[in-house]
Write a protein that binds this ligand. Structure first.
Ligand code: SAH
Length: 259
């Protein structure tokens, strides 16, 4: 081994996890190259991602574009340095501010549900997407590869800033990050072909349903009768809204206001 011997921990001067970093948008994105970070923990980043994709496939994920997005987006770039070794396990991981990045199998399930609702005319794209709960931006990076345009809203300023910093290193410019209360949706870009929420409340906000295009589909966690949460799917057609409940899930709460 020469030159690029594995280093651990990753060089902290190069990979900042601080959203308040004064040098955001300059130093951090350049530092997060695919070659750098995985070498630091002895991971072959794309190999490890491929194994995650194989596990998703074995778990029943069939949509090739969804699997390709998981193979392409470096999840380890979106978590703190100490969590990099776990980045490709099928677990939710903390992203600070009492929030979590959802586990890959759940994200894949939601993306497949969104695709199931798209008709052939959509040409294999999720179209115009509204994401509620940007978090660290990982799911937004996946969505960017699967859709025409992504509008992603986050109510915590620190996470909104962090996602902006992290997404700057991604080779897509079709993501618009909005700081605000996602319960209102984002009227300026409505209607949306697909809406996906990463936080669950007691009820689906009217704004989401109002901003869903005819032919569109929404997927969100929702408080279940008797406690817990379930994944719900809402479709809008010319006659109105149709709702189905799916399996139990565990998402962070949908909260009100900005912070
Ligand atoms: N998709 C994210 C997961 C984030 S966890 C990722 O890939 O990292 C859910 C996020 O929803 C949290 O960041 C939380 O702050 C945010 N959230 C909760 N209520 C919200 C609201 N009303 N509007 C916007 N974001 C909200």
């Amino acid at each position: 081994m020469s030159g690029r011997a594995p280093r651990f921990p990753l060089s902290l001067d190069r990979i900042s996890s601080s959203p308040a970093s004064a040098t955001r948008r300059t130093a951090a994105p350049a530092a997060r190259t695919a070659a750098d970070a995985p070498a630091g923990v002895g991971l072959d980043s794309s190999g490890v991602r491929q194994r995650m994709v194989q596990r998703l496939r074995a778990g029943g994920v069939r949509h090739e574009a969804v699997l390709a997005a998981f193979a392409a987006v470096p999840r380890h770039h979106f978590v703190d340095t100490a969590l990099v070794p776990q980045a490709y396990e099928d677990t939710a991981l903390p992203i600070g501010h009492a929030q979590t990045i959802s586990k890959p199998s759940v994200v894949a399930r939601m993306l497949e549900l969104l695709f199931d609702g798209r008709n052939a005319a959509a040409g294999g794209s999720l179209g115009r997407v509204l994401e509620i709960g940007t978090g660290c931006g990982y799911q937004a990076a996946l969505l960017a590869r699967l859709s025409r345009q992504v509008v992603s809203i986050e109510r915590l300023r620190a996470l909104h800033d962090k996602a902006r910093e992290l997404l700057a290193s991604q080779p897509r410019d079709n993501v618009r990050l909005v700081y605000g209360d996602g319960r209102m949706g984002h009227p300026p870009n409505a209607p949306y072909d697909t809406i996906i929420a990463a936080a669950g409340g007691e009820a689906l906000p009217d704004a989401w349903l109002d901003q869903l295009a005819v032919g569109g589909r929404l997927v969100a966690p929702l408080r279940a009768i008797g406690g817990g949460q379930v994944l719900v799917v809402v479709d809008r057609d010319e006659r109105g809204l149709r709702r189905q409940a799916h399996e139990a899930v565990q998402f962070v709460p949908l909260q009100s206001g900005v912070f």
